[in-house]
Ligand binder design. Structure first.
Ligand code: C2O
Length: 530
């Protein structure tokens, strides 16, 4: 625990090496990384290396009770993995309860020595971690989120879910303070990470265009924009050309995007881009940024539609053109009848009407050692009851979910397509979906209900964006494809922590292949026990 002060309030928080945000891991493509995590706090912990593929090393992936039992107080665990074929910005965070609110940091993977970026080399690189500062204890928040199940009355109490509201802060990790110093005429690369628990964000620098060159550690076609949209879990690298004069100051701002009919809160975090040089006059006024409204759906959809894989000779987009497993997953919030609560209703979240129950033994262990009764592999490929999923908000029993620790089984190397259909039950909201163990291509997206006849004809199988976390639009759908070339158990969930808590999660179990290098490696000797 480290006593930390932000925004005029101090409190002890869980940190890594006393830092908030935590230390940045700098490595190169294909490096093997060893990180010993020693638990000095009274909570169970585990760390996830978000976006690291973990080829055959699922034991190092980190989600508690999915790939490992948590590291208990006074215990330790050595995470050992290789950054095979990956370069770019990723991040790490605690993956148990809501500890990631304060336990997170950047992963910077440089290209292999001597290999250039596919864009002009920036003068300098800066990492920006967007995070939250919660005024109350995070543990208390988890309790409140869980209690919400009991407290829900239809719709009008939903805004109270996020009380006490967080105040967002921008932390230019490597440079300290809230300023971003730049030199006139130079080009910088900003590595932006959204580490917030529940806030999707617009990011902007007044008076400047940003050129997106990479998302989720995959190069993109350069895309020039004045606003970047970034969901919790996502990372975005942009180039910024400092084309103003010494002494000028511009506002750097991040503000919430709520793809929903109601807005929880509208907090803005700011920092200053200031031009340094020989004759610094600090008398100039800061140029303010005009920020999109929290419901600026057009700004967000324009940004998302403009992202494309680089798809060059060196970095081809290997989009699966055939589909072995075609899945249709509904994602959304629902309400289960709850005779024991006041309102007779319990707020839940589910995929295909299944609310995921956390197991007491790690699923990967259960899979590897054939321990029965931990999970079943009968996760439905389609929703378990018919429903008009984008119909107006309705709280009929149609919205009821079943509970269970259900996994979907995939043979090694199967090609998979998932349509993630957002539902309008209770509240239609954008859900940033994250898949562990793989990158996927977002081959299509649209509003309303997915049309299996028409929509696939418009899929982009040439240069769709490749990433590990994708926003499922409110009242719409997204189609993703990936190859199941990584044996193990892989979590998929909404990266809004409150929705994960409510059960918006599932997992895939991918069997070993028959060839060499196609099976999960054996567990390390120090793997924590439950
Ligand atoms: Cu960044 Cu399972 O999470």
């Amino acid at each position: 625990m480290t006593n930390t002060t932000k925004l005029c309030s101090s409190k002890p928080i869980v940190t890594v090496n006393g830092q908030f945000p935590g230390p940045t891991i700098v490595a190169r493509e294909d490096d093997t990384v060893l990180i010993k995590v020693v638990n000095h706090v009274k909570y169970n912990v585990s760390i996830h290396w978000h976006g690291v593929r973990q080829l055959r090393t699922g034991w190092a992936d980190g989600p508690a009770y999915i790939t490992q039992c948590p590291i208990q107080p006074r215990q330790n665990y050595l995470y050992n993995f290789t950054l095979t074929g990956q370069r770019g910005t990723l991040w790490w965070h605690a993956h148990i309860l809501w500890l990631r609110a304060t336990v997170h940091g950047a992963i910077v993977i440089l290209p292999k020595l001597g290999v250039p970026y596919p864009f002009p080399k920036p003068y300098k690189e800066k990492t920006i971690v967007l995070g939250e500062w919660w005024k109350s204890d995070v543990e208390q928040l988890i309790n409140e989120a869980t209690k919400m199940e009991q407290l829900l009355t239809p719709l009008m109490h939903i805004p109270s879910m996020v009380t006490p509201a967080p105040s967002l802060i921008v932390l230019p990790k490597l440079y300290g303070g809230y300023g971003l110093p730049v030199r006139p005429g130079k080009t910088y690369m900003l590595r932006i990470i959204n580490a917030a628990l529940n806030e999707e964000l617009f990011f902007k620098i007044a008076g400047h265009k940003l050129t997106v060159v990479e998302v989720d550690a995959v190069y993109t076609k350069p895309y020039k924009t004045d606003t970047v949209l970034i969901a919790p879990g996502q990372t975005t690298n942009v180039l910024l050309t400092a084309n103003a004069n010494t002494g000028s100051k511009y506002m750097v701002a991040a503000t919430t995007f709520m793809d929903a009919p109601i807005s929880f809160d509208n907090v803005t975090a700011t920092a200053t881009l200031h031009y340094i040089g020989h004759t610094v006059s600090s008398s100039k006024k800061t140029v303010l940024a005009s920020l999109p409204q929290p419901n600026a759906t057009l700004v967000s959809s324009k940004f998302i539609k403009s992202l494309r894989s680089l798809n060059s000779r060196e970095y081809p987009a290997k989009v699966p053109t055939t589909v072995d497993h075609s899945l249709f997953f509904t994602v959304g919030l629902g309400a289960n009848p709850c005779p024991s609560c006041n309102n007779g209703i319990r707020l839940v979240a589910g995929i295909n009407n299944v609310t995921f129950t956390m197991p007491e033994t790690a699923l990967l262990q259960a899979h590897y050692f054939n321990i029965s009764h931990v999970f079943t592999d009968d996760f439905p490929a389609k929703p378990s009851n018919p429903y008009n999923y984008t119909a107006p908000v309705d709280q009929s029993v149609n919205a009821a979910t079943m509970t269970g620790t259900k996994l979907y089984r995939l043979p090694y190397n199967a090609t998979v397509q998932i349509i993630l259909q957002n539902t309008a039950m209770i509240l239609s909201e954008n859900h940033p979906f994250h898949l562990h163990g793989f990158n996927f291509f977002e081959v299509g997206r649209g509003l309303g209900n997915f049309n299996p006849e028409k929509d696939p004809k418009r899929f982009n199988l040439v240069d769709p964006v490749e990433r590990n976390t994708v926003g499922v639009p409110a009242g719409g759908w997204t189609a993703i494809r990936f190859i199941a070339d990584n044996p193990g158990v892989w979590f998929m969930h909404c990266h809004l922590e409150i929705h994960t808590t409510w059960g918006l999660k599932m997992a895939f179990v991918v069997d070993n292949g028959h060839g060499p290098d196609q099976s999960l490696l054996p567990p390390p000797a120090d793997l924590p026990k439950c």
